[in-house]
Ligand binder design. Structure first.
Ligand code: URA
Length: 261
């Protein structure tokens, strides 16, 4: 259920709690409670350059903007987590990939191991990209946000750039805008926008996230996708400084571009 009035910027209210050190580590994916206690006992955890010990395990810290280090690696407390990845080709958006490495391997272990309320742990990809599709992918452990992004009710537009095997024609683009029937779908699906970007390249914006939707839509108008890239979700574009295979946290402003109020 999408909670009325919910918005990702509410995260501030949820993350501005004081938590015990062991709880902080546990919530951020650093292992079981016992493993988190062991990390503290080993002197692997520090805040502001001060190494914390077993004596500090039950000390409470303000988690808002908290930066801590585990085994020399700096972490920022985030709850819930919202992040983006520049997905390269050759990765499956699955925890149990069949033929290619999992896209989750591109994320650090604590993000994959965060405890969540759902059956699967860690952050989840918000929608999927095919193994050979590149571009903007969002991850979160916020169930309401994931649900909202997937819901047809919200129609979050997603922009794709497709390299096509055959020449892109005005008839193909017009048919995509008018709506095409995909073999197993009762209703035609239409592109919110479809434009040529060159003889063999088109840009397509769709509101849904059906299986292989762009490839199937382009096939339905007599062309064939040779490569596919997603540069935009909602009003958020893939940042130029985010290299393929890299991830980073989303700022509140960026989140608002994805899920406007
Ligand atoms: N449509 C597709 O066909 N593939 C993707 O990866 C995303 C949208």
């Amino acid at each position: 259920m999408v909670r009325f009035g919910w918005h990702p910027s509410d995260q501030n209210h949820r993350s501005a709690a004081r938590l015990k050190l062991q709880q902080i580590l546990f919530s951020q994916g650093f292992g079981t409670r016992r493993e988190c206690s062991a990390l503290i006992a080993r002197g692997a955890v520090s805040i502001n350059g001060v190494v914390l010990t077993r004596m500090n395990e039950n000390d409470a810290f303000d988690t808002s903007g908290l930066v801590f280090s585990v085994s020399g690696v700096e972490w920022t407390f985030r709850s819930p987590a919202y992040l983006i990845l520049n997905k390269p080709a050759g990765y499956e958006c699955s925890h149990k990939p069949t033929s290619w490495p999992s896209v989750y391997e591109l994320l650090p272990e604590p993000l994959r191991n965060r405890p969540t309320k759902s059956a699967t742990n860690g952050v989840q990809a918000v929608g999927r990209l095919d193994q050979d599709t590149t571009g903007l992918l969002i991850f979160s452990d916020d169930g309401q946000f994931i649900h909202r992004m997937a819901s047809p009710k919200w129609h979050v537009p997603k922009r794709y750039v497709a390299q096509c095997a055959r020449e892109v024609s005005e008839q193909q683009l017009a048919a995509l805008r008018a709506g095409v029937v995909l073999n197993d779908e009762p209703q035609p699906v239409r592109a919110l926008a479809a434009e040529s970007r060159g003889a063999h390249e088109m840009e397509l914006t769709i509101a849904e996230g059906k299986y292989h939707q762009v490839k199937r839509m382009i096939a339905a108008v007599g062309n064939h996708v040779e490569s596919l890239h997603r540069p935009q979700i909602g009003s958020l574009t893939l940042p130029n400084d985010l290299s393929e295979g890299d991830w980073r946290w989303l700022s509140e402003d960026e989140l608002a571009l994805v899920a406007p109020r």
